[in-house]
Design a protein around this ligand. Structure first.
Ligand code: GRG
Length: 302
């Protein structure tokens, strides 16, 4: 679907989600390809109702720079697999120790801790397997694909998401400077959101200037996403979110509302979403979904 046909963001997101869900089914290893329990655990978490934001951003960035989102579904799905692994591990007793996510029991509650850890490990590994499979993408440019694999590995690893998670764990119960909190979230949440847009743009053949602008867009929405998440953790509807609210405070996490207050957090959120939109100024109507997604991050209720 091209952006000129987008009637509402809601329809666009729903159509994209359906496309991504179908591709995930196709790209997952076959049921006979290993012990049944690991396939059940992979599928349980991958099809538990995620919004598919990272793959949608990847495809939307490809379209904003003149490509066809559908051509890059393998990269989009790999990003979702890495995201799902991070959520499974984040919920573990040794991390956030959560019983529910998206209204469903967490992986370790259903399958036991060992299988949950392995389901996360398998998703991370399968993501890179998928990214490296030439036949799974219509993009046959090996150089672009290697660049994307390199950037995704860095965003997911110690310098990015894992590093942010470590900072988050170490910061529990302590007070930290605003810059430290922002740095934590830029790594923990922002790095994967940023690499999602950047990957789509690289695969679609974007120019260096377009990639830089989209990277800045990704960084702004990444931090905005986390502030919105912190606000939702205080004010959100637990039925809509499928998990309890108020958990950040009880776990001793330093959140934006706790640090800045609710009003200043909302102002910072608005500022970041405005910043994200300004990075898209040089793009035409094909970047409309990206513009609307920035607004959606601010207004989302789950
Ligand atoms: C365990 C290595 C490792 C990393 C975990 C991403 C992450 C790092 C933890 C998630 C904790 C969390 C709730 C962060 C807030 C922002 C966030 C990533 C929310 C979940 O992402 P959504 O809303 O999830 O895109 P859905 O459910 O739509 O897939």
């Amino acid at each position: 679907m091209q952006s000129e046909n987008v009637t509402t963001l809601e329809t666009y997101l729903a159509e994209r989600k359906a496309l991504i869900d179908g591709a995930l089914e196709e790209f997952l290893p076959g049921a006979g390809d290993g012990p049944e329990i690991i396939h059940q655990a992979l599928r349980y978490s991958l099809f538990a109702g995620g919004k598919r934001l990272r793959p949608i951003l990847c495809m939307a960035a490809a379209e904003a720079t003149g490509g066809r989102g559908e051509d890059f579904l393998s990269c989009a799905c790999a990003l979702e697999m890495i995201h799902t692994y991070s959520l499974i591990h984040d919920d573990l007793p040794s991390m956030d120790n959560d019983d529910y996510r998206r209204g469903m029991a967490t992986s370790h509650r259903v399958f036991g801790e060992g299988i949950a850890i392995l389901a996360g490990d398998a998703l991370l590994t399968e993501a890179f397997h998928l990214l490296s499979r030439a036949e799974s993408t219509r993009d046959d440019n090996t150089e672009k694909r290697f660049r994307v694999i390199n950037l995704i590995a860095r965003a997911a690893g110690a310098a990015g998401m894992v590093g942010g998670q470590v900072m988050d764990l170490q910061g529990e119960g302590k007070t930290a400077a605003l810059e430290t909190i922002e740095d934590t979230h830029r790594r923990k949440t922002g790095a994967m959101l940023t690499v999602s847009v950047v990957s789509g743009a690289i695969l679609a053949g974007a120019t260096a200037a377009q990639i830089a602008a989209l990277s800045s867009y990704g960084q702004d929405i990444g931090l905005a996403f986390q502030i919105a998440d912190d606000i939702l953790n205080v004010t959100g509807d637990s039925a809509l979110m499928g998990k309890g609210t108020g958990s950040d405070i009880s776990k001793g996490k330093t959140t934006f509302p706790a640090m800045l207050g609710m009003e200043a957090s909302r102002r910072r959120l608005t500022e970041l979403v405005g910043g994200a939109a300004s990075h898209l100024a040089g793009f035409d109507h094909r970047a409309e979904p990206l513009r609307q997604i920035a607004g959606y991050i601010m207004e989302r209720n789950r």
